[in-house]
Design a protein around this ligand. Structure first.
Ligand code: MRU
Length: 336
């Protein structure tokens, strides 16, 4: 059965708490939008498309909590909730796209009751569209791979991160279904270990052959000719194709370029941000240094050691062989 990171269940938002995976599968139910916003901030739900879906349901929930029948008061309270969601995580543009879509719905509604009904329908549409986008993207992406492909990926871009089968991992899934995939190298993805914990969890469930590798092993595997393609997801793609993704992606792109390995980005169109001209304008999230100094809640760095924790990096468009979306395969020069 498909993993669902976020769901609407009879008036509450259900979130699969990814911070507890793979040890425990815990679904938390929220009847207050503030809990949903905090779940996004704390990365209980993460991955650009899933963040957008969670925010959309969180806003639909907030609309039910705003107790007024006056449209002006409703709009003003709803605007404050949107501002709070916009503060949760800065890099994934899907968050802002979802907020924008729901704000449009409120702008077009005549009464709070109409808005409440339409907001939920819009959140469901965002989730459904993402589900459909993943499948289409996966078909386009799998077609780019050679027979017996050995693919390297980073972070988690699977069903946990999206409304469907995933972006980069969706391509891997479909390539496996088509009998084209020989092996996956899943980079562990320090510091939050999304590759080690989440991608490995999904690949095991799908019966896809893989090995987890330390992030630092990527170069030597490419040098040994063991990688036919690198496929990564995206959190924001600028108008010129520069792409923000999980920290370490840029390193993989440089290594792939050096070794002549194709480097692909897979993301839905909702991750493309034509309003951001290039990578320098993408806001990069810096998270708590404890994510670097501690592993699994245990301090491993010496007490007092400082740490810097950029959560994303930007891969310049010149290093990206192609960008795969549900509309097809874009090749450089990129113009979004
Ligand atoms: O910080 P996260 O876990 O929310 O990271 C986002 C991601 O999942 C990745 O960067 C991913 O490659 C893009 S989203 C499918």
């Amino acid at each position: 059965m498909k993993v669902q990171p976020v769901a609407w269940r009879d008036g509450v938002v259900a979130i699969l708490d990814q911070t507890q995976l793979p040890a425990r599968v815990v679904i938390e139910e929220f009847d207050d939008w503030r809990g949903v916003a905090e779940a996004i901030r704390a990365m209980k739900v993460r991955g650009a498309p899933a963040i957008g879906i969670a925010a959309a349901y969180g806003l639909a929930l907030a609309a039910r909590q705003i107790q007024t029948s006056a449209m002006d008061a409703f709009r003003s309270a709803f605007g404050e909730v949107c501002a709070a969601f916009a503060q949760t995580r800065p890099t994934a543009v899907n968050l802002f796209g979802a907020i924008e879509r729901l704000q449009q719905v409120v702008a077009q509604s005549q009464t709070p009751d109409e808005a409440r009904t339409r907001l939920l329908a819009e959140a469901e549409a965002i989730q459904r569209e993402d589900y459909e986008a993943d499948r289409a993207m996966a078909e386009y992406g799998a077609a780019l791979l050679p027979p017996n492909a050995r693919v390297m990926t980073i972070c988690n871009t699977g069903a946990l991160a999206t409304g469907g089968i995933g972006t980069a991992l969706g391509i891997i899934r479909v390539a496996h279904e088509q009998g084209k995939l020989q092996h996956v190298y899943a980079c562990e993805t320090r510091p939050r270990l999304q590759g080690l914990k989440l991608t490995a969890w999904e690949l095991l469930q799908e019966g896809i052959p893989f090995e987890i590798v330390a992030d630092g092993a990527a170069g030597t595997l490419m040098a040994q000719g063991k990688v036919d393609a690198v496929i990564a997801g995206a959190d924001r793609i600028a108008a010129n194709g520069d792409t923000a993704n999980k920290i370490g992606t840029y390193t993989l792109a440089v290594l792939a370029h050096y070794h002549g390995v194709p480097f692909y980005i897979a993301a839905p169109e909702t991750t493309i941000d034509p309003a951001t001209p290039d990578g320098t304008a993408i806001p990069i999230e810096y998270r708590d240094s404890a994510e670097v100094t501690h592993i699994g809640g245990l301090q491993v760095a010496p007490t007092g050691a400082p740490a810097l924790n950029p959560a994303f990096d930007v891969t310049p468009a010149t290093l990206i062989t192609a960008i795969i979306t549900e509309r097809g395969v874009y090749r450089p020069p990129y113009r979004f």
